[in-house]
Design a protein around this ligand. Structure first.
Ligand code: SF4
Length: 373
């Protein structure tokens, strides 16, 4: 775009944003702390899902100091259900960095923000521009699609060349003033008008500047990403009660739900797994019970006997479609005791205490099941 076209593009976009912007809680502030929390929550998650989490989180941790002082478990509890829990752990670590290394003041400047745990190039640009009005470009899912269409960029936007092109465009279109509002407007246009499957070009405020529309390619650009194939897996868990309390285990740093609590659970080898969609034959169920006994011993150091099937449920995490079988379990009388490191990860929990602990999503469902027993 030449200078005159760029001026018209900016004017049209900002005038539209004044009329059409959604009133979202994180848009009513320039507080970098609130903007940062919202941006981390919005990664891979919809606006509608984020709003109640955002409000609860800010009510509990109104300042970066409050977040830095919290226990990780409290942070994970408030994050429970949002998924991608590394976001919450990084948020907590970053809050401590802000307090310890920046005297509790959010750093300015994309480079310094980028150094915070969990803050990538986009998030750094968003905080810098929304909170401090720095002229920092942004590219995220919605703007990536929008820029591809505006430019008529038909190659892979995720490639190195694609990223260079789109970040350069993001920088070129930014005005020197009101960079934050302008970035918000670009994101809003991508989210509400230039949508993935049915862009509303008719009512688009920048349609006069769109190369994809001019070429009739608005539905073909960008090329849809190839989705990884879904894999079926079977997990087995044990619900073990002793003196009115249930055995829970905290997932280790290398595990999928790191830091969250769950009923002791393992992934079954295909040979031990009842077919993911098929019937639970007696032989397969027996193999699954033996496997969960060995798994619980390995994870907790406790010897158990797995009994009848208590409950089963299905859930999907990223590309895995998981069938979870939960068996009743009973502690066997034995001399074997957990090691100190195993013991640090297990807890006997009274049902009244379930609500205070961060549980995996399926752990929460199983907790509801055992509460009724
Ligand atoms: Fe997107 Fe259509 Fe607007 Fe182009 S004209 S930016 S494809 S909504």
């Amino acid at each position: 775009m030449d200078a005159e076209e760029l001026r018209r593009f900016r004017r049209s976009l900002l005038a539209w944003y004044d009329r059409a912007a959604r009133d979202l809680p994180w848009r009513r502030t320039h507080d970098p702390y609130r903007i940062w929390i919202s941006e981390i929550m919005l990664q891979q998650t919809t606006v509608v899902a984020v709003i109640p989490y955002f409000e609860r989180f800010l009510a509990r941790f109104p300042t970066v100091q409050d977040l830095a002082q919290a226990e990780e478990e409290q942070v994970l509890r408030l994050w429970e259900g949002l998924g991608y829990y590394s976001r919450a752990r990084n948020l907590h670590r970053a809050a401590r960095v802000v307090v310890e290394q920046h005297a509790g003041e959010f750093p300015r400047g994309v480079e310094t923000l980028h150094d915070l745990p969990g803050v990538g190039r986009y998030t750094a640009g968003a905080i810098a521009s929304f909170a401090f009005d720095e002229r920092a470009p942004i590219v995220e899912a919605n703007t990536q699609r929008l820029y591809c269409r505006l430019l008529g960029y038909a190659s892979d936007p995720k490639s190195a060349e694609g990223q260079r092109t789109l970040w350069q465009f993001a920088e070129d279109v930014l005005p020197s003033k009101q960079a934050g509002r302008f970035n918000q407007a670009l994101m809003e246009l991508g989210a509400t008008v230039c949508t993935p499957k049915s862009p509303d070009c008719e009512s688009c405020p920048v349609k006069a500047h769109c190369r994809a529309l001019a070429a009739g390619l608005q539905h073909a650009i960008p090329k849809p990403a190839v989705r990884p194939e879904t894999t079926d897996v079977t997990h087995a868990a044990a619900a073990i009660r002793h003196d009115g309390r249930w055995l829970l285990r905290q997932c280790g740093a290398e595990e999928r739900w790191a830091g969250l609590w769950d009923f002791p659970r393992i992934e079954l080898a295909p040979a031990d797994a009842p077919h993911s969609k098929g019937a639970l034959t007696a032989a397969r169920t027996l193999r699954a019970r033996r496997a969960v006994e060995q798994g619980v011993a390995r994870l907790t150091g406790l010897s158990i006997e797995a009994g009848d099937l208590l409950h089963q449920l299905r859930h999907t995490v990223t590309r895995y479609r998981i069938r979870l079988l939960c068996f009743h379990g009973a502690i066997r009388a034995t001399d074997v005791a957990p090691t100190a490191s195993e013991e640090a990860r297990i807890r006997w929990v009274h049902p009244d205490e379930f609500s205070a602990l961060p549980l995996s999503m399926t752990g929460r469902k199983l907790a509801e099941v055992v509460q009724g027993l």
